[in-house]
Design a protein around this ligand. Structure first.
Ligand code: SF4
Length: 297
């Protein structure tokens, strides 16, 4: 007689929406629920998750890339925007709803204050990222550098303040700051790195010790989801990056303890669907076993 295996699903302690993304999505949903806004745009995609974007689009929320196309209300996403872009909206009497993450707002404020005091600003991050473009807008005199190599070749004025893109890895930022401090020990360094990414990575490491397979749930274009998947693949042989429940591989049935984690732009309902589908797969397998046993008896 074939015995049913004991199978278990374990969620990572920390996963899914970070505070800034959850807040931005909530702001747009509240606007929709209020029924007070005839047209709602977001300046750039609100979040790196096509399911959420599709749902918002079905409710009439459209993505715009520049202020000329705007009418009605425009939501500033968690990355924030350049102050000149903000001014263009205001000139056109567009209602701006600010969903900039409070951590990004803090970086913008710090950059502005130091610029006003005559500091040269060094921003560590990706020059094409919306957050970096936005905070650079608050700096008078600035440079954006992306890695240690660029830090090595940088000339630093005496009065310099360094700030990092919030989603950088803390160790990477520390290494770059060390190089800059060697060049000028008097530079000011802003602790701007957000713990959200690190917490999800730590929770994944803990999860990997308890399971023998991991599903990483999130958008294919979400860089933190891809980062989680890379870490999961190093920690465990059986790891998959899936966007939704329908992509759960059948091979998952070979494993007894299955872990779930998700990127910072993955909504709760997609994570719940993945867990529900996994439970169904486990139950289906157990039913088939029972039938086999009854047939054999
Ligand atoms: S990762 Fe951190 S800084 Fe970026 S939106 Fe989320 S909470 Fe804000």
């Amino acid at each position: 007689m074939k015995k049913n295996r004991e199978r278990k699903i374990i969620r990572a302690e920390t996963m899914g929406y970070c505070m800034g993304v959850r807040r931005a999505v909530q702001i747009v949903n509240d606007m929709l629920d209020s029924g007070k806004h005839t047209t709602i745009h977001t300046m750039g995609p609100l979040i790196h998750n096509r399911h959420v974007l599709e749902k918002l689009q079905q409710k009439g929320v459209t993505v715009i890339k520049n202020p000329d196309r705007a009418e009605g209300s425009v939501v500033i996403r968690a990355h924030g925007i350049h102050p000149e872009v903000r001014a263009l909206f205001l000139e056109r009497n567009i209602e701006l709803v600010d969903a900039t993450c409070p951590r990004v707002l803090r970086s913008q404020r710090i950059v502005k204050e130091h610029s006003d005091q005559g500091f040269h600003i060094v921003i560590v991050g990706d020059k094409d990222h919306g957050e970096v473009r936005g905070i650079a807008g608050y700096a008078g005199n600035y440079r954006v550098i992306k890695d240690e190599k660029e830090a090595q070749s940088l000339k630093l004025p005496a009065k310099t303040m360094v700030i990092g893109q919030t989603t950088l890895r803390r160790d990477e930022y520390a290494r770059i700051c060390d190089i800059l401090k060697e060049k000028n020990p008097h530079i000011k360094i802003c602790r701007s790195i957000c713990p959200a990414t690190e917490k999800r990575q730590e929770a994944l490491r803990e999860l990997a010790e308890k399971v023998d397979a991991i599903l990483v749930v999130g958008g294919r274009d979400s860089s933190n989801t891809k980062h989680l998947y890379r870490t999961a693949s190093k920690l465990i042989n059986a790891a998959w990056h899936i966007e939704e429940a329908s992509e759960i591989p059948l091979e998952i049935n070979n494993y007894d303890r299955i872990g779930i984690t998700a990127g910072a732009s993955t909504p709760d309902w997609i994570i719940d669907e993945v867990e529900r589908r996994l439970l169904e797969m486990i139950e289906e397998e157990q039913r088939l076993n029972m039938r086999g046993n009854n047939g054999n008896s």
